[in-house]
Design a protein around this ligand. Structure first.
Ligand code: NDP
Ligand code: GDP
Length: 338
């Protein structure tokens, strides 16, 4: 039986990746940061028997001794390093914590592989944020990086560490440069889930107003479940390499809002513009813009050219934007009991 170690297993991608790997017969070992209630994040949504089949190790990726110990005791064939301070907005407020986890955590993970289990394959969760605001779209694996946030800068270090260890120490170290991917277990601070949760509550009768930042921001949004398949395929490829995964389609935050309300059977009418733009449903204000949710800098124009993954791995996204919006809203409505 193959063994896989997943750091950050309690996050969104860990939730889907662990199900994929368990389904393929892997033994899964997962690192979860300890919290007071010993909760397992998104994994708490897994059926009990699946969750119980995962070997959870509580600890922090910034602790090199802990990382070495886990790699030594588990001897995994594949290491998926997903743990990160993954929220761009927060990285502007706390660049130090972002760097500690995303850079030192990655160094510890890749060092543990190099020093203790050099036959293990290593996956690093890189990101389209590396591109910042590129002049040309779409971007491929040769596009220049221009990071525009502390998060992106930290991930750039992880990307180069991975590449450097591949070349210097000949370990199988692969970068997945993934564009935004969302799901019904996406963290509630991300805009897609913030919208789907608010729309579900309004569908249930809440009279709240959904406050958002830049409605014109455009992202290449896909479904996380499709993307973890791409991660696994990268690890089965004959050579370690860098691969982009995305959809090749851009949508605005406003598109997501409209799709979410539509999925709940509610229409939205927009009035005003700029900071005064508002969304109304049946004459009631349901969306407004709040300066608080703007970023000091925005990464824009990020659009995936995933041809390399398509040809080398046979990967392509399966879920459309409207299917994604719908499944997120329907899941949140169902969870809220209506
Ligand atoms: P999540 O934020 O949902 O999951 C990350 C997990 O890492 C969380 O469970 C978090 O635990 C854990 N973690 C954070 N810091 C530490 C630490 N110091 N030690 C141990 N665990 C830690 O992210 P996703 O699942 O969405 O993303 C997975 C990876 O892919 C991340 O590295 C992210 O940056 C990257 N990525 C994601 C994209 C996306 O659109 N989702 C796009 C491109 C890249 P806790 O709950 O305790 O904070
Ligand atoms: P990111 O792409 O990883 O930063 O994912 P987010 O979901 O946090 O943000 C996606 C885009 O939505 C960014 O361009 C944000 O500026 C924009 N956005 C607009 N309003 C909001 C909001 O209220 N919250 C968040 N998180 N993002 C918002």
């Amino acid at each position: 039986m193959k063994k896989a170690l997943i750091t950050g297993i309690a996050g969104q991608d860990g939730y889907f990746l662990s199900q994929l790997l368990l389904g393929k017969g892997y033994e899964v070992i997962g690192i979860v940061r300890r919290n007071r209630d010993m909760r397992l994040g998104a994994l708490d949504r897994l059926p009990k028997e699946l969750r119980d089949s995962i070997d959870i190790k509580h600890g922090d990726v910034t602790d090199s001794q802990f990382m070495n110990g886990v790699v030594k005791s588990s001897e995994p064939e594949e290491v998926y390093h997903l743990a990160a301070q993954s929220y761009v907005g927060y990285s502007f407020h706390n660049p130090q914590a972002t760097f500690e986890t995303n850079i030192m955590g990655t160094l510890n993970a890749v060092n543990a592989v190099r020093d203790i289990s050099p036959e293990s394959k290593f996956y690093f969760a890189a990101t389209s944020e590396l591109f910042g605001t590129p002049e040309n779209a779409p971007q491929d694996e040769h596009t220049q990086f221009m990071p525009r946030s502390p998060y992106a800068i930290s991930k750039l270090a992880g990307y180069w560490l991975t590449k450097n260890y591949r070349e210097a120490y000949k370990i199988f170290a692969t970068n997945g440069i993934l564009f935004n991917h969302e799901s019904e277990v996406r963290g509630p601070e991300f805009v897609t889930r913030k919208i789907s949760l608010a729309v579900a509550r309004m569908h249930q009768g809440s009279k709240e107003v959904l406050e958002l930042g830049n409605l014109n921001s455009r992202k290449d949004w896909g479904y996380a479940k499709d993307y973890v398949e791409g991660m696994w395929l990268m690890m089965q490829h004959k050579e370690p390499d860098d691969f982009i995964l995305g959809t090749g389609k851009l949508h605005t935050v406003r598109d997501f809002v409209e799709g979410a309300f539509a999925a709940a059977g509610m229409d939205v009418e927009w009035k005003g513009d700029g900071m005064n733009e508002k969304g109304f449903h049946n004459g009631r204000e349901v969306v407004r813009v709040n300066q608080k949710f703007f970023r000091p800098l925005e990464a824009d124009n990020m659009l995936a050219n995933y041809d390399k993954a398509k040809h080398a791995l046979g990967w392509k996204p399966k879920t459309t934007f409207s299917e994604l919006v719908k499944l997120m809203v329907e899941s949140d409505i169902e969870k809220s009991g209506h």
